[in-house]
Design a binder for this molecule. Structure first.
Ligand code: T4K
Length: 413
């Protein structure tokens, strides 16, 4: 056993205040307030206002696409585009993704059919998609998980061959490039999230980007009750609009994009250095031809090699006030909302299940310094050295969720 005492073994927590995954990046509050004052002075608060338009133009430019339609959040963006593209009946999605990808399909009255991901970077496997297809399949929604770019060519070829629509859930991938091409123009459309927890945030918000002008027009109407002008309702629509205040936050956040990516990158490198060479532990890295946004620090823990598994490592770190997350456990197909729909699974999801039992997301962003990232990495190393003592200390209670809930003041999340 090592000299420093981990909190789970009775020592003091390493951090006084919690270190969160997804703590919002707020770079220049004064600039946000200044923009909000302008909005209040203009008395134009929502409904396609000038700040939203400026935000759309900036996102469009950065994603290098022809059209950007800002929406109130990415989930609604996915719902709108799935409907606007005429997807029906069955849509193939990865099981290993944030559940919003599947919900966006299900809430449009379609069946999400789950496909497996590849081991290397947890991205949708076109071979598995092919196995999940039926003659009722009308589309694919693939996630650029952790900001890694999907096999866009493989999926596009499959979609073309089978006459399917193809949308990318790019909630994690704003600002990412593959072979010099920014995420944004792949498939029929891509959907970004600017939720508070994303590296660029608009409090709540999202955007659908596309090179298809007719689709963009349908989306603009669909996000505003189907209005094509005063009194002219030409389609059934909902309310998916982004507010001016959200766009103000989004624009201010975009102004700090390089600073935020730089901070994320330094943290990532500190984690990489600190976690390097630990047998059984793998850090997910951008591919050689990708420029990442580094907003996710994701590790896989192989229990056999590490001595303790992912859940016990998570408990150990929570005791240190490091609020790592088990994103996206247990895989959508195992969630209560979908487990009752066995027809949604028609191909092996073995890789999803293995990965979902091993993955842990670490804190990064402006609230984390490389020094704290190094400290977190050192605690991970220590946890593996103290594996036996931790296993013994935790033997009386192996339910991570309960320990998690206690540390979270009973919130149980
Ligand atoms: N597709 C993918 C692949 C996604 O990851 C997401 C969203 C979507 C689609 C849908 O995008 P949106 O419709 O949201 O635009 C959070 C976010 O709510 C969600 O947006 C995000 N993915 C997902 C990965 O994370 P939870 O349930 O984990 O949130 P919560 O409340 O536990 O917060 C996450 C962490 O952030 C906590 O450690 C606390 C911290 N936090 C959070 C907020 C909101 C703060 O420190 N301050 C804050 O203001 O879902």
């Amino acid at each position: 056993m090592s000299e420093q005492r981990l909190a789970i073994l009775g020592g003091e927590p390493a951090f006084d205040a919690p270190l969160h995954v997804g703590c919002p990046n707020v770079l220049d509050p004064e600039r946000v307030v200044e923009r909000i004052r302008g909005i209040l002075d203009r008395r134009w608060l929502t409904n396609d206002g000038p700040v939203v338009r400026e935000f759309e133009e900036e996102v469009r430019r950065l994603a290098d696409v022809r059209h950007c339609v800002a929406v109130c959040n990415a989930t609604v963006g996915l719902e709108l585009v799935i409907d606007a593209l005429g997807m029906r009946d069955e849509v193939v999605v990865p099981s290993f993704t944030f559940v919003a990808t599947a919900h966006a399909v299900a809430r449009q009255g379609m069946a999400p059919i789950f496909a497996d991901v590849c081991e290397a970077r947890h991205l949708l496997d076109p071979g598995s998609v092919e196995e999940a297809l039926s003659d009722r399949t009308t589309g694919i929604v693939a996630t650029h998980l952790w900001g890694g770019v999907c096999d866009v060519d493989g999926l596009a070829a499959l979609a073309r061959r089978r006459g399917l629509r193809l949308v990318f859930d790019a909630a994690h991938a704003f600002g990412v490039r593959r072979a010099g091409v920014p995420v944004g123009g792949f498939g029929d459309a891509e959907v970004f999230s600017f939720h508070a927890t994303k590296f660029v945030n608009s409090f709540e918000g999202g955007a659908v980007v596309t090179n298809d002008g007719a689709l963009a027009e349908r989306l603009r109407r669909a996000r505003n009750f189907g209005f094509a002008g005063y009194d002219a309702v030409e389609a059934i629509g909902g309310n998916g609009k982004m507010t001016e205040v959200c766009a103000a936050m989004g624009l201010s956040s975009l102004e700090g994009l390089d600073v935020i990516v730089g901070a994320n990158r330094r943290n990532f490198e500190a984690y990489r250095e600190g976690l390097g060479g630990i047998p059984g532990l793998r850090l997910i890295e951008p591919a050689a031809d990708e420029v990442g946004n580094y907003q996710h620090v994701i590790i896989e823990v192989n229990e056999e090699a590490c001595g303790i598994g992912r859940n016990l490592l998570a408990r150990t770190l929570w005791a240190e006030n490091i609020r790592v997350r088990r994103y996206f456990y247990p895989g959508c197909h195992r969630m209560a909302a979908y487990v009752e729909r066995p027809a949604s699974v028609r191909t092996s999801l073995a890789r999803t299940e293995r990965i979902a039992s091993r993955v842990l997301a670490f804190p990064t962003g402006l609230s984390v310094t490389p020094e704290s990232a190094r400290r977190v990495a050192a605690l991970v190393r220590l946890a593996f050295l103290d594996a036996q003592a931790i296993r013994e200390a935790a033997a009386d209670e192996d339910d991570w969720t309960r320990a998690h809930a206690r540390a979270n003041g009973g919130a149980g999340r």
